[in-house]
Design a protein around this ligand. Structure first.
Ligand code: FAD
Ligand code: SF4
Length: 476
């Protein structure tokens, strides 16, 4: 008799919402070996050349290949399959929007639930880490060439890892005191424990990457120096400059950018103040402006630092929210309150300029804008006030200009992103760029894919010395 395939996904155990809002421990607890095998057994093992999951993964992990190894109880083998194209599986398994990528066209979706690829990838990375299992990595003999990487986010770390494997001597320069980029200072512990980022960075160092922290290229050292000292440079400097609304009262105390709010909590451990010396404003009510993943992270972090009422203020309706469904669901379970069709028009502070009220106006949805989403239009006479003790802006981020300002030959677009061609070449010979610095705010795995392809282009450039006279701008 043919084997019956289980249609439903094997559920991943999670921390109870009532308990988890009082701690920063991970929400999703991950599969046990038994549960991972059960979920792996649902995969139809589509042939390599056809499997839509592989095509949907921006770094083309051989997904049926590693799932088969789980079934064979060969976790080292599974890890090695993943590591062939992805050096950060503990991270991608947790933070990738799998529903829009590998899982989107999973064939099992026609018979039942799609395979939970992200949680299986995470299981392999976690099991290997907990049991001291390391992948065997082929590293080419040293070729005597040096590459500098600026920024240690997923784009920089991936480019570094691939170049080391090709035999390059690689140094990563990072402005902050810890490597990892958004993985360290942005994404909260309850979605991505920092020990996992430390572990994956340690693995990279073990392969031979040198990481110099507290170095701001453009201040501590110039890009011209790097271009002289190294055979090529890769810029993976991200998009870390926050956007604010220029409305009355925006400089009141207690109004944060999500970047600052999350950096205080994640990087500086302000939730453990005074054990750690960075404080964070405490209070009862906090409002987050925005409705993307960053907004969900800020709102859920606020609950965990003790805010009792946390609001998401969004100018459109729920269907237009850009956050992942899973994150919205977790925020709802935890008690975050959502206010739709509202826009802030001013902040009102007390005599010491501490924010006390956010003044909002109601919107209606008008005609679609250039993004295809219906434009919010304020309804005159509908202003009202919401009492708050703090506000977090999560309405987007753009690249930081520190590095580019001193280098006029580096061209940027009108959104502040770096101009590159399809091979990630900037307008300065020998200098490549990828990740959010080129795309604007995007995703971890897209940044990794850029780092990967840029590493290949760097290798080709160093081998041939060829650089085009004109850079043909490419839209990523
Ligand atoms: C709060 C938050 C939550 C997110 N959640 C998700 C998620 O769940 N899933 C997902 O896929 N994506 C998520 N993203 C987006 C994702 O994190 C980014 O797309 C990704 O990190 C971009 O990688 P990157 O390497 O280009 O840049 P970054 O991660 O931004 O790293 C850039 C690094 O360069 C350093 N740097 C900048 N300038 C200089 C300089 N001049 N000299 C030296 N160093 C410099 C910075 O300090 C930083 O460490 C989130 C983003 C945020 C802010
Ligand atoms: S598409 Fe789905 S069923 Fe097919 S190999 Fe990939 S994960 Fe398995």
């Amino acid at each position: 008799m043919a084997k019956q395939i289980k249609k439903e996904r094997i559920k991943v155990p999670e921390q109870d919402p009532k308990a988890r809002i009082h701690n920063f421990n991970e929400v999703a607890l991950g599969y046990t070996f038994e549960l991972a095998k059960e979920e792996a057994s649902r995969c139809l093992q589509c042939p390599y050349n056809f499997a839509p999951c592989i095509k949907g993964c921006p770094v083309n992990v051989n997904i049926p290949g590693f799932i088969k190894k789980i079934l064979e109880e060969d976790i080292k083998g599974a890890l090695e399959v993943i590591h062939k194209t992805n050096s950060l599986p503990g991270i991608t398994g947790r933070v990738c929007p799998q529903e829009e990528q590998c899982e989107m066209n999973c064939v099992m979706g026609k018979l039942g639930d799609k395979i939970n690829i992200g949680k299986l990838e995470r299981f392999v990375a976690d099991y290997a880490r907990e049991h001291g299992i390391m992948p065997e990595t082929e590293i080419a003999p040293k070729n005597g060439k040096r590459v500098a990487i600026v920024g240690s986010g997923p784009a920089g770390l991936t480019a570094a890892s691939d170049l080391i494997k090709m035999g390059y001597d690689v140094t990563v320069f990072e402005a902050l005191h810890e490597p990892g980029g958004v993985l360290i200072y942005g994404i909260p512990e309850f979605r991505l424990p920092k020990d996992i980022v430390h572990y994956e960075v340690k693995y990279l160092k073990m392969l031979g990457a040198k990481i110099e922290t507290n170095v701001v290229i453009g201040k501590t050292k110039s890009l011209y120096d790097l271009a002289k000292e190294y055979d090529a440079v890769f810029l993976g400097t991200g998009a870390g400059t926050p956007k604010f609304l220029n409305i009355p009262g925006v400089n009141c105390k207690g109004i944060y950018s999500a970047n600052e709010f999350l950096t205080r909590i994640n990087l500086m451990k302000a939730f453990k103040f005074p054990e750690y010396d960075t404080p964070i404003r405490k209070g009862k009510k906090l409002a987050v402006i925005g409705a993307g993943n960053v907004a969900m992270d800020a709102a859920r972090s606020a609950l965990r630092v003790g805010y009792e009422e946390v609001y998401i203020l969004y100018r459109r309706t729920r269907e237009y929210m850009t956050a992942r469904e899973e994150e919205i669901h977790h925020a709802e379970e935890e008690g975050v309150k959502f206010m739709f069709l509202v826009s802030p028009v001013a902040f009102i502070g007390d005599e010491d300029c501490n924010v006390k009220v956010v003044k909002l106006i109601m919107n209606r949805l008008g005609e679609p804008d250039s993004s295809g989403r219906r434009r919010p239009e304020p309804i005159p006479g509908t202003e009202f006030g919401l009492e708050v003790d703090a506000v977090v802006f999560a309405i987007g981020q753009k690249p930081n200009k520190v590095l580019y300002q001193e280098v006029p030959e580096l061209k940027t677009t009108r959104w502040g992103t770096l101009v590159v061609d399809e091979n990630y070449r900037t307008t300065m010979p020998g200098v490549f760029a990828g990740g959010d610095a080129v795309r604007g705010e995007a995703t971890v795995v897209l940044a990794m894919g850029d780092g990967k392809r840029a590493a290949k282009a760097i290798d080709e450039y160093i081998k041939t010395g060829e650089w085009p006279k004109e850079i043909e701008p490419h839209n990523f």
